[in-house]
Design a protein around this ligand. Structure first.
Ligand code: HEC
Length: 102
């Protein structure tokens, strides 16, 4: 085997071992600006009509989104509609982003 190939092969292995989707805070922020901020505010702080979502733990955030998506949480048809627009990978990005806010 040509040993100059070794670093490239190790890098390829490391990629394979990585999780399927590493949450991307920047992508979450960009996505939040497309819709979430319309209701939850620029910084996710919420207001009288919409709950604050800034600073929610990744677990709580993800659980809430999954409950809207799978129909076990039905308090808000608006939020159910929003949740159904995003994929599981996007929920992970959004959760990572909102967890960085206070
Ligand atoms: C049209 C207005 C609207 C938009 C847009 C919207 N939401 Fe919501 N969201 C709501 C409302 C209303 C609730 C409260 C519903 C309830 O009590 O279950 C809520 C609740 C939530 C909760 C649960 C909070 C908690 O403490 O349990 C999360 C998480 C959330 N939204 C995330 C998002 C994300 C992420 C986006 C963008 C993809 C988004 N929302 C866009 C209206 C909206």
């Amino acid at each position: 085997m040509n040993t100059t190939m070794l670093p490239a092969m190790l890098a390829a292995l490391a990629l394979l071992a990585a999780p399927v989707h590493a949450a991307d805070v920047a992508a979450g922020k960009a996505l939040s600006e497309e819709s979430c901020i319309d209701c939850h505010g620029d910084d996710g702080a919420g207001d009288d009509d919409y709950p604050a979502i800034a600073g929610l733990s990744v677990e709580k955030f993800t659980k809430a989104m999954q409950e809207y998506q799978n129909g076990t949480r039905t308090k808000s048809t608006k939020m159910t509609k929003e949740a159904k627009k995003v994929s599981a990978a996007q929920v992970a990005d959004l959760a990572a982003y909102y967890a960085t806010l206070k």
